[in-house]
Design a protein around this ligand. Sequence first.
Ligand code: FAD
Length: 476
Amino acid sequence: SSGLPGPTRHADFGSIEDSDLSTFERIIGKDYVKTSDIETFNKDWMGWYKGTGKCVLLPGSTDEVSAILKHCYERRLAVVPQSGNTGLVGASIPVFDEIVLSLKRINKHFDLDPSSGVLEVDAGFILEEIDQKLAADGYMVPLDLGSKASCLIGGNVATCAGGVRLLRYGSMHSNVLGLDVVLPDASGSVLKLGAALRKDNTSIHAHHVFIGSEGQLGIVTRVRLLVAPRPTSVHSALLGLESFDKVRQLLRAAKTDLSEILSSFELLDAETMRCVKENTGLSSALSSQPPFTVLIETSGSNSDHDTAKFEAFLEKCIENGLASDGVIAESATEANYFWKLREMATLSLLKDGFIYKNDISLPLEHFYKITEVLRERLGEDVIRVICYGHVGDGNAHINITSKEYSQELYDRIYPFLYEWVANHGGSISAEHGIGRLKKPYAHLGKESTELELNTRLKHFFDPRGILNPYKFFPKV
Ligand code: FAD
């Protein structure tokens, strides 16, 4: 719909017939086979893409997913797994008439071992709901995203979601201990991978292959996850900095001085703060308007200890000139306000019109340079170029906005931007994935041997190429 590059339908795929619908109704029940009112399943969160899927299936168990995939394999019917549909690369919706397999109803099993902190949970639970359930036992999910009220844990695994606390708790690869996965093969094989154990070196840890595989190798139906003790003492502050070099120095100092209690280090540049103010009315809590604002958070278990440590650190940063301005949240309401500013960085952009959304990783020495390069390159032809994100993980969200989609602008941004990133040792997708949006550039910065391995894995797990086609992995 936006004019972004698009594929053509694979000729060998089957088309859904009445007999297929009857088979699905036998497997999951008539109420869970939807052929009308399915527009929302066909539209991505950004509104960039629109699919023409004709059928949505809502299975309630792993066995039902298995029976569906077995049938789809036999009939060569293409399938798109969909969870919260908050993905930002157009990967969770059909391109043509693929069947949408929604995981929303697979949300019954929830089993926490409070002594080890290992949780076994169905893939269809909403991330925030898991977090709320864990609170009763003093735990939390070690993952926090702006989309937490809608995204599902299976979707988080499939995208290898990052978020605002990766700096402290590590990526999904650190915390996922095992998965149940259904394959799109002749028998709809159900793989039970890994264990509800922190240590298990009896196999090759194959569940990691499915983390970040964007629903193209198998369907995740259950997750074994290491959860984190819920902090009882959380502190947040906003700091203003005059240069990006000082942001780098501040990060280093925060890692050293705050060490085990540092839980977030997020960046908002001045143009981001302007966008938030113009489009939402929210002002920064800082008294000045510095070129860079950093949101620092600590999480621990002893408020006296954490407060002393945090305050001493912030005082030192002001005294030694690293930060030019700073404000500590004096209450949970103030802390929530700081986080709201951060979350609004993503949401406020929508009001500008069209967003050329980028999610890149760069070595910190090059982190901010590309924002300046793009501003110079695009000049007055765009509304704004803003940079915010998980600077503590080297992850920049550089977003460019214009009133509406322009092919001419697109061609000036890409592949220039992604080639620049690859040439400076970065990644063109730090956390959102490749999906449909970045498929034309997926090879940048990658060795051909790695791309070839991806193709071989795709062929191994999905011999007929029916699972989430036209996206990251090539057709086999
Ligand atoms: P969906 O969007 O439904 O699916 C995403 C992909 O996973 C698709 O390819 C789909 O086919 C596949 N998939 C879904 N479920 C399964 C399954 N059970 N088995 C196999 N494949 C499956 N992402 C970040 O990493 N960090 C952030 O900080 C962040 N912030 C965000 C803020 C906002 C406001 C929004 C809208 C999005 C943000 N995202 C972020 C992106 C998005 O929320 C994540 O990618 C999230 O993990 C997607 O989960 P979902 O349940 O919505 O999956």
